[in-house]
Ligand binder design. Sequence first.
Ligand SMILES: Cc1cc2nc3c(=O)[nH]c(=O)nc-3n(C[C@H](O)[C@H](O)[C@H](O)COP(=O)(O)OP(=O)(O)OC[C@H]3O[C@@H](n4cnc5c(N)ncnc54)[C@H](O)[C@@H]3O)c2cc1C
Length: 397
Amino acid sequence: METLLDFEDTATAFEIRTDEELKKMEWLFEMMANPKITRILGKIGSWAVSARLPFVEKIMLKTLFYQFCGGRTLLEAQQVIEKLSTYGVKTILDYGVEGKSKEEDLNHTMNELIRAIEFAKGNPSIPFISVKLTGLIKNEILETISSQHFNIQYGEADHLPGFKNFIKRIDAICYAGQIHQVKIAIDAEESWIQNAIDQVADLMMHRYNQKEICIYNTFQLYRTDRLDFLKKSFDKSVQFNYHLGAKLVRGAYMEKERKRAIAMNYPSPIHTSKENTDRDFNAAVTFCLHHCSQMGLINASHNTESCQLQAVTMQHLNLPAHHPNLLFSQLMGMSDNLTFGLAKAGYNVSKYIVYGQVREVIPYLVRRSEENTSVTGELSRELKLIKKELKRRHHLS
Ligand SMILES: Cc1cc2nc3c(=O)[nH]c(=O)nc-3n(C[C@H](O)[C@H](O)[C@H](O)COP(=O)(O)OP(=O)(O)OC[C@H]3O[C@@H](n4cnc5c(N)ncnc54)[C@H](O)[C@@H]3O)c2cc1C
């Protein structure tokens, strides 16, 4: 008989937080629950990135930054990583830069990512770093490859400006990952650049996943075609003798995807309902668990049912909680009830820890605040749990 995990245990979820920290979290999540504030933040945030305004940076540092980010540098992030590891929680390190275009910036991102790999090497509490390909090449090139259906392996993209350097950059990162035994998770981004990202991820998996599972691609199950694509990616890995690494997410760009599809008059690639996204996400988790002797899975989600489903299916399939090919992951600052609940029950679980200069991580912070906004007026999942824990502590004192 499979047992359900207790994700309502707020004492475990927030053991790491002092009363003061918890009260600050309550204030922050209450602020983010207001759609007006989030909208203003979105507007100021994007503008501040280009204008480099010091006071906006200060406000971010005092509010959202340390809730959702590990620090401005690796050294700052180290404190958070060490603290998490004492609770059995691992780290996926994420240098939070995206959307770069100048060659020197792209090279800088590559060097930072290699530094992150060197920082993580030999430290079992940092098994992964994550990579956004838009930090390593201009967006437009990825868009051209995707829209023109260029086949990277046949050299059809080699003539595009900066493309060959881009492949050298991502290859250097994956090579460093393999040498130092640090895995690489390649993030999924907007659908109009994703075909290029998938091709590069496949190329790298083919090169570096022969013996061990080092490179992971990301599958966004809010897209109607991704469950099928996941299965095809698995078949391809079997056919070409490498291991598939799959990070499963629902997807972070739903509004943007829908707006563009309407504006440009093509069918939206996103499921028409949350239920359909959930159904495909859970089917993808089940598929990966059934094939986990040959592939790696990161269940990257804050959804209680999807985490519960994985834990129960693992028990049902007699897979140990600490199975080396299976990992859960939540973003730093969110769903601590799942992260610490899973860690307490012995599962491999990690936090995605973004680090970088404040102005670089603003787009990421804006996405997080939008995710925590209440459209329905209901308290967010996080806020309910924080309030429950504050009440529990108050009754104890
Ligand atoms: C560790 C980690 C790594 C991540 N990496 C990436 C990444 O590389 N790329 C990326 O795009 N995202 C990434 N995300 C974000 C992720 O895609 C989700 O936006 C976020 O986690 C919320 O989904 P959820 O599974 O936590 O669950 P929930 O909160 O249950 O689901 C919310 C999600 O469901 C979907 N959804 C909501 N309403 C509807 C609707 N009406 N119709 C259809 N679908 C709907 C949307 O995707 C929405 O984000 C990552 C998340 C984590 C935890």
